[in-house]
Design a binder for this molecule. Sequence first.
Ligand code: SF4
Length: 389
Amino acid sequence: MDLGDTQHPKAKAGLYLHFPYCLHKCAYCDFNSKVASSQERDRYLDALRREMDAVAPLHGDVVFDSVYFGGGTPTLFSPQYLVQVLEMARRHFLFADRPEVTVEANPNTVDVTGLEYLRSGGFNRLSLGIQSLDDVDLRFLGRVHSAREGISAFTGARAARFRNLTVDLIRGLPHHTPESWRRIVDQIVDLGPEHISCYGLTIEEGTKLHRLQSQGAFVLPDEDTALALIDVTDEVFSAAGFVHYEVSNWARPNRECGHNLKYWQGGSYLGIGAGAWSYLGGRRYGNVRDPREYARRVFAGEPLVDEAEELGGWDLVAERAMLGLRLVGGVEFEGLVRGTSPEEGARLRSVLTELAGEGLVWLNNGTVGPTPRGLVLLNQVGVRLLSAQ
Ligand code: SF4
């Protein structure tokens, strides 16, 4: 387990840049994203550049081997702008030889020429927010693209010679049945991405879907159906040669997302932009979330960090375990307790042994991982770890 000790010269880390703007707010979305004028977006981009100027000298001893432009919808900015920001990051920070460089994109915000520009400008991985290949689903989710446009964005990315493509999917919509869902995942497999992220729909407070659900406008699938949808997902993706490596992620061999693995394996990352989190040298801190306030603070020279914590003791052990147990292949027990007291190590061993007795985790030669049942009941595992305080 890489604990990301950035005190050590040339420690490895990931670089995340947040682009908090979208064409339209999706009905389920509680991410840090909004619709804004082009003036606000341009000012934000200037602020992002300034933040990089300011923080880069503090991280001269770190090699960034993954870069992730996330959002929001980064591709709401022109490919030229995005490549400029990437070039600026490359000038400011020390990049590894062949870093994984991902940009998130939504259908309707990209075309082949723009994608070609992004690829030749250094982005080598594209994450497409396709979400579904059924127009009824897409309307329910409040997406502004059709299934046909999702497919066309994917084929456009291949035409632009992106060799590492990932797509996002959402399962568990009110009308999903194992049969209807199978048709969607079959089509996704036929598209042929290298990586798939598939999340169960959750209804977050403050979203349009939350309001509709409280008015009784829809009911989510019952537990049996939700489990059957997970089974169909696993069956179809496994049969197509994808490896299920994280609770919501499948990849062709060696195509796991290196950047996101850092989050799950306790690695280091530096976040730039509104609401972006960093984890460096055992300290976790997050920038102010509101994009306008973020830009205001940048130009006023005020501190950007709104929340910070030094993780230690049982909090650190529980968090490492909760993140590590998202990984199907598991994590090393030693990595989970590194730097903490023998009492915490003993406590973790005892909680994990109990969970193993209940069939939720497995322990093997110093490695601990989730069983298929544990993956489905990950929240329950998390509650048990936290309550072992
Ligand atoms: S495109 Fe993504 S970030 Fe933007 S509103 Fe929709 S779900 Fe949220």
